[in-house]
Ligand binder design. Structure first.
Ligand SMILES: [Zn+2]
Length: 510
């Protein structure tokens, strides 16, 4: 959704300066064949235009939302009914209408180009869903609660608006199949999708970071990916660095796409893709045609966060086919990074003639093998015994999950194993006993009980104990996460996106 502020500062409704407590949102349709929001904005932004004013217009040609009043400003968008006026409680948004319709009286119209009109109505509907989801979040509104999201027509039926039929008259007249109930559900779904996407790391958070800091921030993502995919973390991470320029490339910054993954890739017949199949970013790109680099324009996949980009990339490497054979056969479980990179190159992944060399240089430059999962096991095999620091054992997994969350919040790199029927929380495994003893000291200093064990356990997936950004922001405001760098460290250690939480805190304190 593209949102442009274009406040109607000359309109007498704006200069009246009355505020409301926002209790709901009202959806309108302009009621005349004019798709351009700018036409309304120009004619309404006048001292002499004193009969109407709304909070926003949605352009029919491109779906852009123009905000025309501060959201909590009292608008003049729905008149009144026998029980009062929705202007005192509701934000009012107008969707512009197709140019090819002609009103014949009341809310009846004819249409000379139904396909074009439908495309316009779809565009404004979808933008309205996104806008209403944003406003529901901002004002803590439940989109499904009675009377919160209503149309002008419903407002009239409830006795708080003048007698209009919008926007249902337009949807019905064009046979869109849209209803206000469906609209409310779509807003709810958009809010949930948004919450899901707020978690995870955005490439934009890497933009001004030093290269070494980028590596420190994202290293764990690749270690986690290796545990899922069996592809060496060092290799995927070096690909990330090379292909996204440490997450700073145009494609990464605009689409969280860190591997140049195109929309259409090996016929898209491979399984396990993490891409939604729709979100895309179009740009020019350089490709090696066998002799020289040439510039082409291509559609690239867009992801909600870097985690999805990494997962989609690994799914591709694991499952892409070349005829009846796996394109990158032997990559899964390969623990020799040079061999793994050669498999990737041989499968036709990269067009650059120096790809293998480039990737291997990056791995050695940053010693990326330290992010590989196999390291622990190699060490273990050599020494025969590992000293594991344990900070609690539980018969009930939920209790183990709680302890794990507490340790993570305190900044410890914690994981759970199962052994002898118990869920055990461990904070590291060391081949040297002295290192394990040093960690025990640290854990105890942080107020936890800890001891050393050499017993090995099976890895256990831990419960999704993450809270929503909003919940965490409330806790931050309540002082539960400390201040400044300390807050940042603790939130990050607990797996939260510090920037997203802080932005929410700032918005809530505004
Ligand atoms: Zn209306």
């Amino acid at each position: 959704m593209k949102l442009i502020k274009s406040i109607l500062t000359k309109n007498p409704c704006y200069t009246a300066g009355r505020k409301i407590t926002v209790k709901g949102l009202m959806l309108h349709s302009v009621g005349c064949p004019q798709p351009k929001a700018s036409v309304f904005i120009n004619s309404w932004n006048k001292e002499s235009y004193d009969n109407a004013c709304v909070h926003g217009f949605i352009d029919g040609n491109d779906g852009t939302v123009y905000q025309t009043l501060p959201w909590n400003h009292r608008g003049w968008h729905c008149g009144s009914g026998k029980k009062g006026s929705g202007n005192n409680t509701h934000i009012g948004i107008e969707m512009c209408e197709p140019s090819c319709i002609r009103y014949t009286g009341g809310s009846s119209f004819t249409c000379s180009n139904v396909a074009a009109a439908k495309a316009t109505a779809k565009r404004t509907y979808e933008a309205a869903v996104e806008l209403f989801a944003m406003l529901c979040k901002e004002y803590d509104l439940n989109p499904l609660a009675d009377g919160v999201i209503i149309s002008h027509r419903e407002g009239h039926a409830r006795g708080i608006a003048s007698n209009h039929g919008d926007p249902e008259h337009l949807w019905n007249g064009l046979g869109m199949g849209y209803t206000m109930n469906g609209f409310r559900k779509a807003v709810k779904a958009a809010m949930e999708e948004g919450e899901k996407n707020e978690s995870g790391i955005q490439a934009t958070s890497l933009k001004d970071m030093k290269e070494s800091d980028v590596i420190a921030k994202i290293g764990a993502l690749f270690t986690a990916d290796q545990k899922n995919s069996g592809i060496l973390a060092s290799v995927s991470m070096a690909q990330f660095i090379l292909e996204s320029g440490y997450g700073k490339s145009e494609l990464a910054q605009n689409a969280n796409n860190c591997f140049g993954m195109k929309c259409n890739l090996s016929g898209n017949t491979w399984s396990g893709s993490e891409w939604d199949g729709e979100s895309k970013y179009t740009k020019k790109t350089q490709e090696w045609d066998g002799q020289k680099y040439v510039t082409i324009t291509a559609d690239f996949r867009k992801y909600p966060n870097i985690e999805k980009s990494i997962a989609d990339h690994s799914a591709y490497l694991l499952n892409a086919m070349n005829g009846s054979k796996k394109r990158y056969e032997g990559l899964k479980g390969c623990t020799d990074y040079k061999k793994a990179v050669q498999i990737i190159k041989d499968g036709g992944y990269a067009t650059s003639p120096t790809y293998v060399e480039n990737i291997c240089n990056i791995i050695s430059k940053w010693n990326l093998v330290k992010y590989d999962v196999a390291e622990d096991k190699k060490e273990e095999a050599a020494s025969g015994v590992m000293y594991r620091v344990q900070a609690g054992a539980y018969s009930v997994k939920a209790n183990a999950d709680k302890q794990l969350a507490k340790l993570k919040a305190a900044g410890f790199d914690t994981y759970m194993v199962k052994a002898g029927g118990m869920y055990k929380i461990q904070v590291g495994a060391y081949s040297k006993k002295a290192n394990a003893e040093a960690m025990v000291k640290k854990v105890k200093a942080a107020g936890f009980d800890a001891f050393i064990t050499t017993q090995k356990g099976e890895a256990v997936a831990t419960a999704e104990t993450k809270k929503t950004v909003q919940e965490i922001a409330k806790e931050v405001i309540a002082g539960k996460w400390g201040n400044g760098e300390d807050r940042k460290k603790r939130l990050t250690a607990a797996g939260y996106n510090y920037d997203a939480v802080q932005a929410k805190v700032n918005a809530m304190l505004k």
